[in-house]
Structures are given as C-alpha cells and as structure tokens.
Design a protein around this ligand. Structure first.
Ligand code: SF4
Ligand code: SF4
Length: 192
C-alpha cells in the first residue's frame, strides 16, 4: 500500500568499481571545497571584524541629546510602562534656572537606569518615547558583562556623547523600508 506519493524505489543495483572506491564522490566533494575558496566568504573574524547589522537592528540603548547637547528625555515614564521586562527605572527632577543648556524640558530624568540582564531588546521603549529620546543602537551590542555591577546601565553609559554622536540613516522601520537601505552601511542623514 502506498501511503504518500513521495516514496522512492531503492535500487538494488551492484555498485561499480569507481563507486566502491569512492573516488568520484571524493573528487566531487573536493571540487565543491575548492570552489568555495574563490567565493565571497560568509564568515567574519568576530569580534575583530563586526558585521553590518542593518539599520533597524536593536542593540545597546542610547539616550539622545538634541543638537545643542541637551538631554531630550523628560522622564515621562512611558518607556518604563511600555517595557515588558520592567527593565527601566527613573527618578524625575525639575529643571532649575540655569540648567536650560542641560535639559530640553522642564522635567528631566535625574536617574535613568536600564537593567541589561532583564532587557530583551524588543525596542518597545524606543517606540513608546514621545520625545525621541531613547534609541537602541543599530551598530553596537551591549558588551558582555562578567560582574553584577555591570548589569545596571545608568546615564553615564546611556547618555549620548556629543563628540561621537549616534547617527543612522533611518530612525524608524518605516523609514528603513521606504529607503530600502537594508544591509547598507548607515551614514548620517538627519540628526535628531
Ligand atoms: S528594549 Fe524592550 S525590554 Fe529592553 S528596555 Fe526597551 S522596552 Fe524594555
Ligand atoms: S526616554 Fe522617552 S519615554 Fe522614556 S522617560 Fe524619557 S522621554 Fe519618556
């Protein structure tokens, strides 16, 4: 009885001499190996060489500043509410007179922390933020940590460095799709 139409009749034919000594099969295998020597390599020497992860890869977080170097975060807490891993915590503070060059809004995050052990890099904090203040970098992983005190990332690690600003070609998935820039190295297009 035939159960499927994918059954295959197995041949009982005697192997030829060449088949028995496996020479043609070995030669074919070697040919495939040699062919790969001349093809583009798909492996890279990580961590010395880093792969382009694409414009919407979700890596380590960055708390963006505006063009004048002021922190964009207003400690509204929406990212913390959106976070399914409850990894974000913050303490809000009121901006004082003379601090206008440090914080863009009247309220800012005096403390902003992300527990990287809890974070699942879902990007929901980025999507929830109404101030375009938090982003997950497309070009950097969170480094491996070996100590407990390396797990909680505060503003010292998260706030954007103005001498080395984080730029990318597309800031949203829609932009990335529109520009069809998948797999192309990100170059500064706009600054947030
Ligand atoms: S990426 Fe997801 S899990 Fe990580 S902090 Fe943001 S919302 Fe939470
Ligand atoms: S990062 Fe954005 S969502 Fe989170 S507290 Fe700051 S302004 Fe609000």
């Amino acid at each position: 009885m035939q159960l499927t139409n994918r059954s295959k009749q197995v041949s009982n034919k005697q192997m030829t001499f060449a088949e028995r000594i496996y020479l043609p099969a070995i030669a074919t295998g070697l040919g495939i190996t040699i062919k790969h020597f001349f093809q583009k390599k798909v492996t890279i020497q990580y961590p010395e060489v880093k792969k382009n992860l694409g414009p919407v890869f979700r890596g380590r977080h960055v708390l963006k500043r505006d063009d004048q170097g002021r922190e964009r975060c207003t400690a509204c807490g929406l990212c913390a509410v959106a976070c399914p891993a409850e990894a974000i915590s913050m303490v809000a503070a009121e901006r004082q007179k003379g601090e206008e060059n440090l914080y863009r809004e009247e309220k800012y995050a005096a403390v902003y922390e992300i527990n990287m052990l809890r974070c699942i890099f879902c990007g929901l904090c980025e999507e929830a933020c109404p101030k375009q203040a938090i982003y997950l970098r497309h070009d950097e992983f969170v480094p491996v940590f070996t100590e407990r005190d390396q797990v909680i990332w505060g503003k010292d690690l998260l706030a954007e460095n103005m001498n080395n600003r984080y730029l990318r070609k597309a800031w949203t998935k829609e932009e990335a799709r529109e520009q069809d820039i998948k797999g192309i190295d990100a170059k500064p297009r706009t600054q947030l």
